[in-house]
Design a protein around this ligand. Structure first.
Ligand code: FUL
Length: 688
């Protein structure tokens, strides 16, 4: 495997040298600019969006990372229907489904012959169920591709850390790809890199460290997969064909090169990358990867999900959207409704291509086969290309009448490599002046697909200027659209004193309720911030006063306000940012001085739990991973916040039983990233 890759690099380097002396003739295709994708990588990138399903023992135990000791008997979906997943995922436009056949807890969703820790020992269908089989069948029925996630880290297996486990791991791969993927195309295999070390490990309950690069023998595992599915993409491990984008939020860098070399930032890649390793953006439709009823109110908003599309597919990456299947074994109705809204919105945003059939004017082409009209002929395989010495240029599109436009979509012909490093979009205004479009997007790379959003411009013409490229230009598609303005749900926030602020898109009117009912345009009009200095739920909609259209409902559940809270230790600290209701501020506890935050509630309450959120800002650190909580010096909870490093969302701790008191002590036993300070973006207290 490794040898092949080195050989490929040598060929690549040689070809770049040949390209530099430019021996290709006019009317012949330009020489590739290396690295280039394999045909399988191109086919995968063209899928653009596909789905993840996280389902397993975690679902039934309200966990993100099971320890490996949760009994198999707890797996019991009451109404499992893999076809329901496939129907929704297909209808929302996704091209495939990747299933967590085994997550870190080691529980198998198929009755593997190699372990007892599987669906076979669960009450589901009397132990005769087979989740992997069900999904494979559903994918075949609905014309979806299939992908597998099999966690290398296994917190259940007694031999984890020893060579015997790797045998087992490879046997399972073999079992899955031979017995299951017979009638469906395996398009991707996920080797998750996450590993927290500790686990049940057959009862040992200890920490085990391995070197992932050597321990799992990924090379052999990949060869096994390739022997049956040569075109499957490999995520993670030591032989990847695609790369993790570096976050679990669903965004790639504004500048996003598929070329990549070790040490590059995965958000961006680099123009001198040595391998074609395009980015995949994985994100869940809810905060967690697995289903938690408490997150029913936190399904990502439509506007957030639409943004995710623009920041992944629209930035030369693919989008892997996760659906946490619920306890009944189905995608939750809130999630399916939201994803269908998302599909509908995207269809509206890209409804009419305003450039279709327009013949662009360009300054240079390398011959008839590479003419400018190839960019608007709707054919992915034809492209406009310039002569070998020409690496900049413009493409101009004239409209018959003044045309409002706010999106431009561009594609490079990537089989010949990713080239463009800088471009700009201009429009000809009604007075006949060329003006740059007003955008927050940085117009650097294009790659397989790039979408630029800008303020609606009344244009007599559009012009794309290609300002810097790694070789002659090879552009196969340019489109433009007028996307309708999105009615986004309002944002609701409450400060420490209990004052509620609601904001929405400019020009929208906000209606809200505080009694839990769904707001309509007849509900109270939000004119100014109001006080809700008690427990309560605020729901709000934004409405367009002229069209009468309304946004989806935004909802926030609030408990007692935090204004009366006061810090006891560390002495002299106020920790204001931890109690201010503002998710973008955070307070840090310096662990070398103090490992506890103790605060007084300013009154006596019957407390049922608390919420903790770490600093989720892009460069935030110190998410608490292990904690103990005391109420008036009595321990009321202890545990771990699983996966909090990769997914730094609000965590809810429910005490063993409600307890009366006025003083809470939050002891930090570990931070997930080992940082010397623990971050507290927000703490709220849950009362009866
Ligand atoms: C992470 C895992 O630890 C999460 O639980 C989830 O499976 C996500 C897709 O990858 O690394």
């Amino acid at each position: 495997m490794k040898r092949n890759r080195i050989l490929f690099r040598l060929i690549a380097a040689g070809a770049v040298a040949i390209g530099a002396v430019s021996c290709a003739k006019k009317n012949e295709a330009p020489l590739p600019v290396y690295p280039v994708p394999t045909p399988a990588q191109v086919a995968w990138q063209k899928m653009e969006t596909y789905a993840f399903v996280h389902f397993g023992l975690n679902t039934f135990n309200d966990l993100e990372w099971g320890y490996g000791d949760t009994p198999a008997e707890t797996f019991n979906p009451t109404n499992l229907d893999a076809e329901q997943w496939a129907r929704i995922i297909k209808a929302a436009g996704f091209k495939g489904i990747i299933l967590t056949a085994k997550h870190h807890d080691g529980f198998n969703l198929w009755p593997s012959e190699y372990t007892e820790y599987s669906v076979r020992n669960s009450p589901w269908r009397d132990g005769k169920g087979d989740m992997v089989r069900d999904l494979v069948n559903a994918c075949r029925k609905y014309g979806l591709k299939f992908g597998l996630y099999l966690s290398p880290w296994d917190r259940n297996h007694a031999d984890y850390g020893r060579p015997e486990y790797v045998e087992y791991f490879h046997n399972q791969i073999q079992e899955l790809i031979t017995d299951y993927c017979d009638s469906v195309e395996l398009f991707e295999y996920w080797f998750d890199g996450a590993n927290g070390g500790d686990g049940y490990y057959g009862g040992a309950r200890e920490k085990r460290s391995i070197d992932p690069d050597t321990y799992y023998r990924y090379g052999q595992a990949v060869e096994l997969i390739r022997s049956r599915f040569p075109d499957a993409m490999i995520f993670g491990g030591t032989e990847p064909t695609i790369r993790w984008v570096g976050n679990e939020e669903g965004w790639a860098g504004q500048t996003d090169w598929a070329p990549y070399k070790p040490g590059d930032n995965p958000h961006y890649g680099s123009p001198d990358g040595t391998e074609w390793l395009p980015a995949e953006c994985d994100v869940s439709i809810r905060p967690g990867w697995f289903y938690h009823a408490r997150e029913d109110q936190s399904v990502h908003s439509l506007s957030h999900l639409v943004n995710i599309y623009y920041q992944s597919v629209g930035r030369n990456a693919t989008l892997l959207m996760n659906f946490p299947v619920a306890l009944d074994g189905r995608i939750h109705p809130l999630d399916s409704a939201r994803i269908m809204e998302w599909r509908k919105t995207l269809d509206e945003q890209f409804k009419t291509n305003l450039l279709s059939g327009i013949e662009p004017t360009v300054g240079n082409t390398r011959g008839l086969s590479f003419k400018a009209a190839n960019m608007t002929d709707g054919n992915w395989d034809t492209y406009w290309a310039t002569e070998d010495t020409v690496t900049t240029g413009s493409a101009e599109f004239r409209f018959d009448t003044v045309t409002p436009v706010n999106r431009v979509l561009l594609q490079e012909y990537i089989p010949l490599g990713q080239r463009v490093a800088k471009f700009g979009v201009e429009y000809l205004d009604t007075l006949g002046r060329w003006r740059p479009v007003v955008t927050e997007d940085t117009t650097t790379t294009i790659g397989y697909k790039r979408i630029i959003r800008f303020e609606t411009a009344a244009a007599k013409a559009l012009r794309v200027n290609f300002l810097k490229s790694r070789g002659p230009l090879c552009i196969n598609n340019i489109e433009a659209y007028l996307a309708p303005v999105l009615m986004v749900e309002p944002t609701i926030r409450r400060n420490a004193e209990g004052t509620v602020f609601i904001s929405a898109a400019p020009g929208a009117k906000i209606h809200y309720t505080i009694d839990g009912t769904v707001p309509t345009t007849r509900s109270a009009l939000f004119r100014e911030p109001f006080r809700l200095a008690r427990k309560g739920t605020v729901k709000a909609i934004a409405a367009d006063p002229t069209l009468g259209t309304v946004s989806p409902v935004a909802a926030r559940v609030f408990d007692i306000p935090t204004a009366a809270f006061s810090v006891v230790t560390p002495a002299g600290e106020k920790a204001t940012a931890a109690f201010d209701g503002n998710p973008s501020t955070a307070w840090y506890l310096l662990l070398s001085k103090n490992r506890e935050l103790t605060f007084d509630l300013g009154g006596t309450y019957t407390v049922t739990g608390l919420t903790y959120a770490p600093d989720a800002n892009r460069w935030g650190m110190g998410p608490v991973s292990k904690y103990r909580i005391y109420m008036n010096d009595r321990e009321v909870a202890a545990g771990e916040f699983s996966n909090i490093k990769a997914n730094p969302i609000e965590q809810t701790v429910t005490f063993a039983e409600p307890i009366k008191g006025n003083r809470i002590r939050f002891a930090v036993d570990a931070t997930a990233d080992g940082a010397a300070s623990a971050s507290f973006s927000e703490i709220t207290v849950l009362t009866e």
